[in-house]
Design a protein around this ligand. Structure first.
Ligand code: NI
Length: 257
């Protein structure tokens, strides 16, 4: 069975066939999915999905690109919702300097605040970090993120940077990019990262692996990532599925079955 640690099934890209698609996952070997909140609306959608599907869990948080309008009362609501028995993490939170907006100071403020909430509710964090490695690490150190724990999702930095996150006890999230022709740096990083720190993710509907690059992604495409990972690590596919399943359960602090 495969564990998809990061998907966005509340996204409108799934409005046409969400029900059918989610209902088909189990028989296609996808055993668990964590739906990740990215905006206040997406968090509400995540709660609906957790309530509806036994194998769907959730993370609640606001993505840096959606943090421009955030308020303290939004965070208060989020904190209360984190008590949901299937809410496993705070996320996705972090910094995204690829986009101009919102300005860096605003992103940083809400990254700090959401790390503090994770500490209060005692949940790990799902971190989104793009073109912002140094500030991400600085803020994580200031907030003593090594005591909070979590995953760096859709990992995109060097292996030297990966070491810093690994030393803080974090997991590395790997998805479709691993199969891209221009994914050489990620392949090198994945070679370096110990197998017990890698988790599988799709970021559905984004980042579909080859041969579906550019199309809508879903958890059903994870076998392509598993295959690539198996090749890089010199393991068989079943081993990769088993180990990444165990890793995901440790990351999200849940039972293996
Ligand atoms: Ni995401």
């Amino acid at each position: 069975m495969i564990f998809d640690t990061h998907a966005h099934y509340d996204d409108e890209a799934f409005d046409e066939d969400r029900e059918q698609l989610l209902a088909s996952l189990k028989e296609q070997g996808i055993g668990r999915v964590v739906n990740i909140g990215s905006s206040m609306k997406a968090c509400a959608g995540t709660i609906e999905l957790m309530d509806r599907y036994p194998f769907v869990y959730g993370a609640l948080g606001v993505h840096p690109s959606d943090s421009g309008e955030l308020t303290e009362s939004d965070l208060e609501w989020l904190k209360v919702q984190c008590a949901h028995p299937k809410c496993l993490a705070v996320g996705e939170i972090g910094l995204d300097y690829y986009w101009e907006e919102p300005e860096h100071e605003i992103q940083q403020k809400w990254f700090h605040r959401q790390l503090q909430i994770a500490r209060e509710v005692k949940l790990p964090v799902v971190i989104h970090s793009r073109e912002a490695a140094k500030d991400t690490i600085d803020i994580m150190k200031e907030e003593r993120a090594e005591e909070i724990g979590g995953v760096i999702h859709c990992y995109s930095y060097s292996k030297e940077t990966a070491k810093i996150f690994l030393d803080m006890g974090f997991y590395i999230g790997v998805g479709g990019v691993l199969t891209f022709k221009n994914g050489r740096r990620l392949k090198e990083t994945v070679e370096y990262v110990p197998m017990d720190r890698i988790v599988l993710e799709t970021d559905s509907p984004y980042l579909a692996p080859v041969p579906f690059r550019g199309k809508r992604n879903s958890s059903l495409n994870l076998p392509y990532v598993v295959q690539e990972l198996a090749q890089i690590k010199g393991l068989d596919v079943q081993e990769v599925e088993r180990i990444t399943w165990e890793n995901a359960c440790r990351l999200y602090r849940m039972q293996e079955r």
